[in-house]
Design a protein. Sequence first.
Length: 217
Amino acid sequence: MMINKYKHIIWDWNGTLLDDTEFCVGIMNGMLTRRMMSNISKSYYKRIFTFPIRKYYEKIGLPIDDEQFVLLSKEFIYEYELNRLTCGIFEGAEEVLQTIIELGLSQSILSAYSQNTLEEIVAHFGLTKYFSKIKGLDNIYASSKIELGKQLMSELGLLKGEALLIGDTLHDKEAAEAIGADCVLIANGHQDKTVLASSGIEVFDSITHFKNQYFKD
């Protein structure tokens, strides 16, 4: 099993374990409609979405000066938090989490989602038991999680190459490289498979696809 070469598995949350891409597109389209701007499709969203979020807003054509960016961020998060429990966990996700625990590996979450709400939603889906650490940002602006990832590696006492980070965006690859973790990407989240493939690392169509490849005898 390829998974056995690691001591620890680090999961991204939004778009990797939580299926919230279409939900996010809907919120953005509401924001665009209120500004009398054209709506975007899910496929277009997955081609242009990026971190930091300010860059993604700029690609859509929204104002990104400091004051406007703060207002846009608050508007998006308000809508997200209001209806976030309408999202679900990806099919096969909990099965993979359970299998990893049974193999004796520890797991954590590293997310650009704010810490308090991250802990709440992970608990809502009954997944807290699978993770030794749950790390989110201390703000709503979803900028970068690299420093948070370095803290996580230090707290867990992990050396370079001992952890595998599983995510759905190129920022997950950037974070993995910065913290000394290996990385694979899953393409049914917030970025398109062609975008992810430009990273040069393994890209899977789904969590189940990842499991079928990494858990072979």
